[in-house]
Design a protein. Structure first.
Length: 158
């Protein structure tokens, strides 16, 4: 089976689990398919996470990590966000989810599982919880939650 390397073409100096792994074509293709056919809850969550909207953190969606496709991943905070529907209530799926979590944890990743219903009914609270985990896990300091207002023309040298 042909392998592709998910290393950024723009920056060969990047590191981390995403850029240093090998991904088989079938997994990369499946991840692309999942990005094109998101559930309603995933689409709502992606709208809130994309373009660094949540406190400036960059997320990837349907990211392959060690052979598993995770819903959302933030490299900077080593955080996996999983959106769970009713299929995750089935005992066999719970066992598979636990195995997957154990593998991801060995890479130093944190995982938060969020129910579809929580996104639909408590989105603000869900985003606040994710934001708190991001801040706790972040490898570099974040700017103030309330940006300082800069007034042009003041404090400039004459």
């Amino acid at each position: 089976m042909k392998e592709i390397i998910t290393k950024s073409k723009r920056d060969s100096a990047k590191s981390g689990i995403v850029f240093l792994q090998r991904v088989v074509d079938s997994k990369a293709s499946r991840a692309k398919q999942l990005r094109q056919c998101m559930t309603v809850a995933e689409a709502v969550m992606w709208r809130e996470l994309r373009n660094r909207k949540l406190y400036g953190f960059k997320f990837r969606r349907q990211q392959v990590i060690d052979g598993f496709i995770v819903d959302f991943y933030c490299e900077e905070a080593k955080l996996v966000v999983e959106i769970d529907g009713h299929v995750h209530d089935i005992q066999e799926q719970k066992h598979l989810d636990k195995h997957r979590e154990n593998v991801l944890i060995t890479h130093g990743l944190s995982i938060i599982r969020i129910r579809n219903e929580e996104i639909e009914t408590q989105l603000k609270e869900v985003l606040e919880k994710v934001k708190q985990i991001l801040i706790e896990n972040a490898t570099s300091p974040r700017p103030s939650a309330t940006p300082l207002r800069q007034e042009w023309g003041k404090n400039e040298p004459n």
